[in-house]
Design a binder for this molecule. Sequence first.
Ligand code: NAI
Length: 338
Amino acid sequence: MFAARAVFAAGQRRAFSASARNLSKVTVLGAAGGIGQPLSLLLKLNPRVTELALYDIRGGPGVAADVSHVNTKSTVKGYDPSPAGLAAALKGSDVVVIPAGVPRKPGMTRDDLFNTNASIVRDLAKACAESSPEANILIIANPVNSTVPIVAEVFKGRGVYNPKRLFGVTTLDVVRASRFVSEIKGTDPADEHITVVGGHSGVTIVPLFSQSNHPDLTSNAELVNRVQFGGDEVVKAKDGAGSATLSMAMAGARMADAVLRAAQGEKGVVEPSFVDSPLYKDQGIDFFASKVELGPNGVEKILPVGEVDANEQKLLEACLGDLKKNIAKGVAFVESNP
Ligand code: NAI
């Protein structure tokens, strides 16, 4: 009995060290964009990243040459905008981050981006399914509520779908929530851990202040609205020049770092993410953002939403209705445009 346990433990150690060694190539698709550039810089500063692959339909090699002069150990390579360049950028990748696609202009919702971004994400997903089917895929391109199901459908169609490896990046919503709360309460945002569940668009973004240090904030409708529509403040201020890029790059780098830390053996890494989730499947909703515990195989455990109060229950109901439609739209797109 004891011997069997010892052998098992040795096997686990071997498996662990093998994956720890491998998990360090990070690919950015859309690396020359408003998000892609600062995100690439932040990934270059992350010592867990040993190889950084930068791809864009324009400007990837230029960004790579620039970032490569930052004196950290990782190698950086920019790839030509061609199918071969894309395949090479993806080959052997452990984490693929996708901020490729058009951003919003004033007056647009994230869903207005669907027509352009759906096909960009579908095509990039096809390349991932072909060249890096086992990588963790982190989707930033909006509308996340629909682009994540698009990637899942493309992977399913090719028989390589692993729900534990697909993440919609909703980190910016919790980053904003903690920042906005700290401004109201005069606290350090690092101490404010706000759970945000649902999706990543308007009313599908549901902050759960009743579970925070400040349960009184649950009745602060202005704050709830600011978390749900905080992205609009940036779109308006940039006045046609795009949406959040710098704060998004920070949030994307944080999510990528969490995935890498968990992959390299750190325990108890929990980040919010929009994932293939059992939480509302009985209501026909296959993807949902909640706190996710990460591990060497991607999603380790999806944490429950937990207790919510009456205000939050109403927000959740509004969220679920929209979310279901957004997800169905992504699935239908791949069905009719495979
Ligand atoms: P951007 O227009 O500045 O950059 C997009 C980049 O993608 C460009 O460099 C473009 O050449 C590239 N691109 C387009 N098609 C491509 C393809 N097929 N392959 C590779 N690269 C391609 O836009 P920005 O501001 O960087 O935003 C990117 C996306 O991120 C948008 O869809 C935006 O809505 C989304 N976003 C998501 C957030 C989130 O919280 N998940 C927050 C903010 C923005």
